[in-house]
Design a protein around this ligand. Structure first.
Ligand SMILES: C[S@@+](CC[C@H](N)C(=O)[O-])C[C@H]1O[C@@H](n2cnc3c(N)ncnc32)[C@H](O)[C@@H]1O
Length: 256
C-alpha cells in the first residue's frame, strides 16, 4: 500500500500512480471492512514484512496498536519517519517471520498482515505457520501476493511468449533465471497454502485487474482515466472470473 488516500511520493507516472491508487483503494477498503468485524478496537495488528509502513501507519491512524516486523533496517528507519510525520506511534522491530513466535505471545494478534512477503521468504508454508501461531482464535490474516497468471499475461503483452510458457510450468511461477521476482502464486496455490496452514480464506480480491494492461495512449486521450480506472478496479475486485488475471491477489483468512 502507499497510503489510504492513494497518494505516492513524487516522481511516479500517471499509470504507476493509478496502479498504486487502485491497489491501495481495493486493499484498504477490504481491511476496513475486516477491522469492523474484528471488534471495536484498538486492535493488536502485526505487519509481517511491513516495509516502510504503507499499511501500518494508516492502521495506526485509525487508533490500532501496530507492530511492524521487518528485516531491513532502512525500511524501519523510513517507517519511523513516516509514523512521526503522521503523528502516530508504530512499533518497528527488526526481524523476520521466523522470529514472530519469540516476539509475540501465542495467539495475541487480532490481525496479521503478510503483504507481498510470501514471494520473498525461504518457505512460504513455514512463514504462514509462524503467522498463524501469533494470530488469536477468531482473528484474521491478510495476505497479498503476486499472481502467476498475471505474470504470464504480462510477459505475453510485452512480447515474451516463451517466458510466459516457462512461468506457467515453473513451480515458483518464474519466467526464467533473470526474473527478479523469487516466486508467484496462482489463486489455487495461495488458497491451498492458507488452508494447509489452518486458516479459512473468507474472501479473495483481485488487485490491479486492469491497471497493468491499460495501453499508454489511454492516458493521453482522457484526463479522467486514472479516476475511471480506480473506480473500475473497485468494481471488479471480487468479480469471480476477473480476479484470476489480477496482478495481485488479496486473500483474507480467519483463524478458528
Ligand atoms: C515487496 S516488500 C513489501 C513491503 C510491504 N509489506 C508492502 O506491502 O508494501 C517485501 C518486504 O518483505 C520483507 N521480507 C523479506 N524477507 C522477509 C522475511 N523472511 N520475513 C519478514 N519480512 C521479509 C522485505 O524486507 C520487504 O520489506
Amino acid at each position: 500500500m502507499t497510503d489510504k488516500a492513494g497518494t505516492t511520493a513524487g516522481g511516479t507516472t500517471g499509470p504507476a500512480r493509478a496502479a498504486n491508487a487502485a491497489r491501495t483503494a481495493v486493499v484498504w477498503e477490504a481491511l476496513q471492512e475486516l477491522l469492523s468485524h474484528l471488534g471495536d478496537g484498538p486492535l493488536e495488528v502485526v505487519d509481517a514484512g511491513g516495509g516502510t509502513g504503507g499499511a501500518a501507519v494508516p492502521l495506526a491512524e485509525l487508533g490500532h496498536r501496530v507492530t511492524v516486523v521487518e528485516p531491513n533496517p532502512d525500511s524501519l528507519a523510513a517507517l519511523e519517519r513516516r509514523a512521526a510525520e503522521s503523528g502516530v506511534a508504530v512499533r518497528g522491530v527488526q526481524g523476520e517471520t521466523r522470529d514472530l513466535a519469540s516476539l509475540f505471545e501465542e495467539g495475541s494478534a487480532d490481525l496479521v498482515l503478510v503483504h507481498n512477503v510470501l514471494e520473498y521468504v525461504d518457505e512460504p508454508a513455514a512463514a504462514l505457520h509462524d503467522v498463524v501461531g501469533i494470530t488469536r482464535p477468531g482473528g484474521a490474516v491478510s495476505v497479498l501476493a503476486t499472481n502467476a497468471v498475471a505474470g504470464a499475461l504480462h510477459r505475453v503483452l510485452t512480447g515474451h511468449v516463451a517466458e510466459a510458457h516457462h512461468l506457467l510450468a515453473d513451480a515458483d511461477g518464474r519466467w526464467g533465471e533473470s526474473d527478479p521476482m523469487p516466486r508467484r502464486f496462482t489463486r489455487g496455490q495461495l488458497q491451498q497454502l492458507l488452508t494447509d496452514s489452518g486458516l479459512h480464506p473468507t474472501s479473495v480480491r483481485g488487485v490491479r485487474v486492469f491497471a497493468d494492461v491499460l495501453p499508454g495512449q489511454a492516458w493521453e486521450s482522457d484526463a479522467h482515466t486514472g479516476q475511471h480506472l480506480v473506480e473500475l478496479e473497485r468494481t471488479v475486485a471480487q468479480h469471480p472470473e476477473l480476479v484470476g488475471i489480477a496482478t495481485q491477489l488479496h486473500v483474507i483468512a480467519s483463524r478458528d
